[in-house]
Design a protein around this ligand. Structure first.
Ligand code: ZN
Length: 522
């Protein structure tokens, strides 16, 4: 039996958001390498070995995928977008690991044949095969099911009856869900990719994740025909309860609202004064019903780290950042796999542009999932400055970059963001009304650096991405590695010169180190 057609759209929208994104691969790899070098110089052989293990395979050892069983998302499969063959040949994720990093990146996928070995019926805990679970039953791994039952008991005791809409889903079911959604969605494959996980990229395949509502919420959805995945659950009694209490039962809400996107500081209301795209830190829009079991002890550790990270500030972490940090990965996340939808903000294991949909506008990953450097270093062609009517100074830097050159946020556009008085790359608001973000150097990533003459306290205080400016709206809410725009292009920075500045200089930075510099023509 399959999921009923009536519930399909809803399931697709929600439960399956798969993914992740990626900017972190380069950062991760580079960061790890740096750490190793440091360790080698100063620490014992034992320590070095440990660190090296982390660096070699931060995403886990990849295994070949024997047979990719979702041809509909491949070239010729019926959609205009599709995955490159190289991105369907390796799986990095160990699904048995409760702390597995499953996201939208090429490194965040499970093998098609992965299924947990300890699935049970969530209602009574009786063992079930993956095949049985794909049919009429709601299944989770044994520990997750026990945690869920305890949580449902508590909810009941507090006057709320829980309602599980979706639990374990195998690769085949996810393939079916994704493709059905892509067929129904107006935006086709690309709209589906932001709403529903690609097969292999869904946390539901782990057997530890449920879409959990309340009976009241479900009944209302049935009565109105709007289903359970409608807006508003996060601010309902049940949604707030999950947000506050799920962690005490070992569950984490994987996809909260990004702090930049919250209305009036509310944890459950999204702002409406501008479009809210996917959260770059998770790869998806918020899903207050999607909770993943990581075990009580680790959920408590995550909660502690979350509190320490600064909830409500740009530094607030999600489960994704916590899981990455444990692996020594730098930056907020990895870019999604390239499927033709978000060229300029995707990554691929394909080593040949003929095999990829985005040609040069992608990050390319090595067999360990780390971002590869480009064939040549970028170079500055020209740099000019002019006064803007509002008193800011516009600095235009012409740059040549090879395809697949790693760069990083913040991306800039003619409109901004503006480096106002005192602002630096370590504290820059990505847009008006946003709190300042810190765009620390990510290993291996190139940026334009601009600074005043004479130099101030911060070296190259104004830094900007070589990526397409259009990426700013989504990706500047995170510190991530992005692919540079290949060929010749102009990076524009809006800066406010400090009093006493007599000129400007510009350079290209990688790992905080300048590579040539020149005066800006005014
Ligand atoms: Zn879900």
């Amino acid at each position: 039996m399959r999921i009923g057609v009536a519930t399909l759209a809803a399931v697709a929208v929600v439960g399956c958001r798969p993914a992740g994104r990626d900017a972190g691969a380069v950062a991760a790899g580079g960061g790890a390498t740096t750490a190793t070098a440091t360790t080698t110089a100063t620490a014992t052989a034992t320590t070095t070995t440990t660190t090296t293990a982390t660096t070699t395979a931060p995403f886990g050892a990849s295994v070949p995928i024997a047979r990719y069983t979702c041809p509909v998302v491949l070239h010729g499969g019926g959609f205009g977008s599709f995955l490159a063959p190289a991105d369907t040949r390796l799986a990095f994720v160990d699904g048995d690991d409760l702390l597995a990093l499953v996201n939208r990146s090429p490194t965040g996928a499970l093998s098609p044949d992965y299924a947990p070995s300890d699935l049970v019926d969530v209602r009574d805990g009786s063992p079930r095969s993956p095949r049985e679970c794909e049919q009429a039953r709601s299944c989770l791994r044994r520990a997750a099911a026990a945690g869920l039952r305890a949580m449902l008991d508590r909810m009941r005791a507090e006057g709320q009856e829980g309602h599980v809409t979706s639990a374990y889903r195998g690769f085949g079911t996810q393939c079916w869900v994704f493709s059905s959604w892509a067929q129904q969605a107006r935006g086709g494959f690309c709209e589906a990719a932001e709403q529903s996980a690609l097969p292999g990229h869904s946390q539901h395949q782990l057997g530890t994740t449920v879409d959990l509502f309340t009976r009241e919420w479900a009944q209302e959805g049935a009565k109105t025909g709007r289903g359970v995945f409608r807006d508003g659950f996060g601010c309902s009694t049940g949604g707030k309860w999950l947000d506050e209490n799920a962690w005490t039962f070992g569950f984490v809400v994987s996809y909260p609202i990004d702090p930049d996107d919250r209305r009036d500081g509310s944890r459950c209301l999204a702002r409406t004064d501008r479009p809210v795209p996917i959260d770059p830190k998770t790869g998806y829009k918020s899903e207050p019903w999607h909770v993943r079991f990581i075990g009580s002890e680790d959920a408590a550790r995550f909660h502690e780290a979350w509190v320490a990270s600064g909830p409500g500030t740009p530094a607030e972490i999600t489960l994704e950042q916590w899981l990455r940090a444990r692996r020594g990965l730098r930056g907020d996340t990895e870019l999604p796999v390239c499927d033709g939808c978000q060229c300029g903000a995707c990554s691929t294991l394909a080593d040949d542009d003929r095999d990829g949909l985005c040609k040069g506008e992608s990050l390319t990953l090595d067999e360990n999932g780390r971002v590869k450097p480009a064939d040549e270093e970028p170079r500055i062609l020209d740099a000019r400055a002019a006064a803007a009517p509002d008193g800011a100074t516009l600095v235009d830097v012409s740059v040549h970059a090879a395809a697949h050159t790693p760069t990083q946020t913040p991306a800039t556009t003619p409109e901004g963001p503006t480096y106002g008085e005192g602002a630096t790359f370590e504290a820059l608001a990505p847009y008006p009304d946003a709190q300042p973000h810190r765009y620390a150097d990510l290993p291996g990533a190139w940026r334009v650096g601009v600074g005043p003459v004479p130099e101030g306290a911060v070296s190259w205080p104004w830094r900007a991405s070589l990526a397409k400016g259009v990426l700013a709206a989504t990706w500047n809410r995170a510190n991530v590695v992005l692919p540079a725009r290949p060929g010749d292009s102009t990076v524009r920075l809006r800066v406010v010169l400090p009093p006493g500045a007599t000129g400007l200089r510009v350079t290209l930075l990688r790992d905080g180190v300048e590579h040539g510099s020149r005066d800006v023509t005014r």
